[in-house]
Structure formats: structure tokens, C-alpha cells
Design a binder for this molecule. Structure first.
Ligand SMILES: Cc1cc2nc3c(=O)[nH]c(=O)nc-3n(C[C@H](O)[C@H](O)[C@H](O)COP(=O)(O)OP(=O)(O)OC[C@H]3O[C@@H](n4cnc5c(N)ncnc54)[C@H](O)[C@@H]3O)c2cc1C
Length: 385
């Protein structure tokens, strides 16, 4: 399933869209109001195998490649962000470092549980004084015999309040700092000394839970170190591209929904007896929305195909994340313009996406940081291809 023919991809898109429309869409407002995905939906997604789409088949997953998984993320994001987010984590940031750098024992122990959705995962890097500058984390992992003692606090960690297992990035050698002094660990929620601190209530992305994660002398068995000691930032950075492509796919999914809604509204709502769509100013809004969406979708799938060919695509991934997340911001603004007062209503999806979409420019690396990444790569001679 790594490389799919276009007809197989279309069949996959159709299947996910049907599931999303039939099973997820009716519960969107429920998620928004109760800030939670109903358990019966999680059960259905588990049965469909959605939690393990990218996890290799030998560990209970479906071994899906990037193009196929972006298709899934795009379709899920056309409903409510939370449905996409929970699937994205077990398939991306929450499992990828084990898939790429874990040893056989770790893969056998953790991947089947993540693939089945029995366990929910979480990726913990950010700290109160280390966001964009990930290298300045201070959470310590001190080796004591056959365990590492974890001390410190992470914050804004998606899934932390509901996760069974965390990928934690911590300092193992403060002298070496980012150059060999940071390591990655698999940490189970039941290890002693772990607690959930403040649960962050944010302006958007209801149903996706973020909180502080506190470690107080938490013993992590040495065999839970991912890869070798000191390579934690490399392990983490290898996996962030997964999350960045997820943001780009989400942006495309949200913008597709907005365009469909805007076309329908502009065709049916009347002003002075004529549908809004018959006024040139509305046609222009729709034209700009569709053109930007087309550009973002084309970039997304071209880059995903490059990743599937195992070629270096970090420059293009950064461009997809930056352009996609800013594109959906502009698209939702135009949708608001078309919907007028109706767009401000809490029950209107445009209002919800306006809040959700803004956050896409912050996490997985802010827009400013992405401009720095792209600029630096250009100055070393790289160009998108
Ligand atoms: C909803 C949500 C979910 C999240 N989930 C997770 C998660 O699961 N796991 C996790 O580890 N983290 C998570 N995060 C944290 C996220 O990754 C960080 O918010 C992000 O990396 C930015 O860090 P910061 O917010 O601390 O901003 P800061 O780094 O403090 O930056 C503040 C501002 O300064 C700008 N800035 C910073 N450095 C520069 C520079 N050198 N040049 C120009 N401008 C600069 C930034 O772009 C930003 O605008 C989440 C955040 C949110 C909002």
C-alpha cells in the first residue's frame, strides 16, 4: 500500500469520504459542544484500522505511504479537526520515531497497540521556555543504573490527558546540549511520578486535548531509549515532517469544505433578487479561494509522492506547511466575507474553521520558523523540485 495507483487512491478517497460523511459528520457539533470525540466513534475508527494506517503490516498496521495517508487526513479534516488529529498522532508523531529508530523489542511491544488504537499516543517536546527553539529544553533524563530518572515539565502536549504512551524528548547531557546531549524515550503513563498539570483550554480545536505533562523522578527503563543516547533531536526532527504534512493536508481538507460551502451559499442566497454568485465581487472571492486551494493541493501531493520515492523533501514539506496553513487562513476570511452575518454564528462551520485554522500556523513549527527553514535551504543552493 506504500505506492498506490491513481485509481486505488481515488477508491481510498471515496471510502474515507463515505465513512466521514456517514459516521463522523453527524457528530461534529457534538464534538464542538462537549469537547470530546464520542467513544462509539473511536470504536468505529479502531475497527476500520485507522489508528494504524502508516504502521508497518508486520506490527499490525496497514503500511500506508505518504500520498495515501495525506488523502486520509485531507478527507477526515473536511469534517471536524479532532477526528483527523487523533488518527494523525498514532500514525505520525506518536509512532513514527519507534518505526524509524526503535529496536525490534520496542516495535513488537508498542506498535501493535498503537495500530489497533488500544493505546493513544502523544509527542512531548515543547516546554514553557522551549517552543520554536527546541534545543533549549530543560527536562532532564539522568541515567541511574538501568533507568533514566525524568524530571521536568512539558506543556501544550496534544493528547496528554488521554494518552497511554508518550514519546518524550529530554536532556541526557547538559554539557553537550543539542549536539549529542538530547535523547528520545518511550514513556508509559503508568510509570511512577507522572502527572497531568493544567489542561489548556484553547480558542479552537475542540475535542483535541492539550495539557502540561509533569515528571517527578520518573524512572524510565533504559531499554525505552529510542535509538542511541544523544540522538533525540535527530529522532524528533525526522518525525516532524510527518506532522507538517498533516497540517498541510488538514489545510487542504478545511479549505475544500469552505469552498464547497461558499459556492452553495453564493448560489442560493439572494441580494436584490439575484444570487450572490451573479455579482462579480463574489465570483472573484470564489475564484481566489479555488486557485489557492488548487496550488496547495498540488504542492501537497507532489511532495507526498516525493516522500514516497524516499527522496529528500524537507524543503518542499516546509513549503507545503507554510503555504497550506496560510492559504486556509485566507480562504476562511473570504468565506466569512461571503457568508456575512451568518458566518459569525456558533453553529456555522465557517466560524469554527476560522478558529481552528489559525492554530495551524502555530504548531509543528510557526510560519516564521518555516520561512527561516526555507530561506536557509535556498541559501545552501536547494530548490524545490
Ligand atoms: C494546539 C496546540 C497543540 C500543540 N501540540 C503539541 C504537541 O503535541 N507536542 C509538542 O511538543 N508541542 C505542541 N505544541 C507546541 C507548539 O509546537 C509550539 O507552540 C510551537 O513550536 C511554537 O512555540 P511557542 O508557542 O513556544 O512560540 P515561541 O517559540 O515562543 O515563539 C513566539 C513567536 O516568536 C516567533 N519566533 C520565535 N523564534 C523566532 C525567530 N528565530 N525568528 C523569528 N520569529 C521567531 C514565533 O514564530 C512566534 O510567532 C502545540 C501547540 C498548540 C497551539
Amino acid at each position: 500500500m506504500t505506492l498506490l495507483q491513481s485509481d486505488q487512491l481515488e477508491a481510498l478517497r471515496k471510502e474515507i469520504r463515505q465513512f466521514a460523511q456517514k459516521e463522523l459528520a453527524p457528530f461534529e457539533q457534538d464534538v464542538e459542544t462537549n469537547n470530546q470525540i464520542p467513544e462509539h466513534i473511536l470504536t468505529k475508527m479502531r475497527k476500520k484500522g485507522y489508528f494504524g494506517l502508516t504502521i508497518p503490516k508486520e506490527y499490525g498496521g496497514m503500511g500506508m505511504g505518504k500520498t495515501a495517508f495525506c488523502t486520509v487526513e485531507e478527507e477526515l479534516a473536511r469534517t471536524h479537526f479532532a477526528f483527523m488529529d487523533i488518527i494523525s498522532l498514532n500514525n505520525g508523531l506518536g509512532s513514527r520515531s519507534i518505526v524509524l529508530d526503535g529496536n525490534e523489542e520496542q516495535k513488537k511491544k508498542y506498535l501493535p497497540r498503537l495500530a489497533s488504537g488500544e493505546w493513544i499516543s502523544s509527542f512531548a517536546l515543547t516546554e514553557p521556555n522551549a517552543g520554536s527553539d527546541a534545543a533549549s529544553i530543560t527536562t532532564m533524563a539522568e541515567k541511574k543504573g538501568d533507568v533514566y530518572l525524568l524530571n521536568g515539565m512539558k506543556h501544550f502536549i496534544t493528547n496528554a490527558p488521554i494518552a497511554d504512551v508518550f514519546i518524550v524528548i529530554a536532556v541526557t547531557d547538559p554539557e553537550k546540549g543539542p549536539k549529542g546531549g538530547i535523547s528520545a524515550f518511550i514513556v508509559e503513563k503508568d510509570f511512577p511520578g507522572i502527572s497531568i498539570g493544567n489542561v489548556h483550554q484553547s480558542m479552537g480545536m475542540q475535542g483535541s486535548h492539550k495539557s502540561e505533562l509533569i515528571f517527578k523522578n520518573t524512572p524510565v527503563p533504559a531499554q525505552n531509549l529510542i535509538g542511541t543516547e544523544g540522538r533525540g533531536l535527530t529522532v524528533a526532527l525526522k518525525t516532524v515532517d510527518e506532522g507538517r504534512m498533516g497540517v498541510a493536508a488538514t489545510s487542504v481538507g478545511m479549505a475544500t469544505r469552505l469552498l464547497d460551502m461558499a459556492v452553495e451559499y453564493a448560489s442560493s442566497e439572494k441580494f436584490n433578487g439575484k444570487p450572490l454568485a451573479r455579482y462579480q465581487s463574489f465570483e472573484w472571492l470564489l475564484a481566489d479561494m479555488a486557485t489557492e486551494l488548487y496550488a496547495a493541493r498540488t504542492m501537497l501531493y507532489k511532495t507526498a509522492e516525493k516522500m514516497d520515492r524516499k527522496e529528500d523533501a524537507q524543503l518542499e514539506v516546509a513549503m507545503c506547511k507554510l503555504y497550506g496553513s496560510e492559504m486556509v487562513g485566507r480562504v476562511v476570511e473570504k468565506a466569512m466575507e461571503i457568508f456575512g452575518k451568518d458566518g459569525c454564528l456558533f453553529e456555522n462551520v465557517v466560524e469554527r474553521i476560522l478558529r481552528d485554522a489559525r492554530i495551524l500556523r502555530i504548531f509543528e513549527g510557526t510560519a516564521e520558523i518555516h520561512r527561516i527553514i526555507i530561506g536557509r535551504k535556498l541559501l545552501t543552493g536547494q530548490r524545490p523540485s
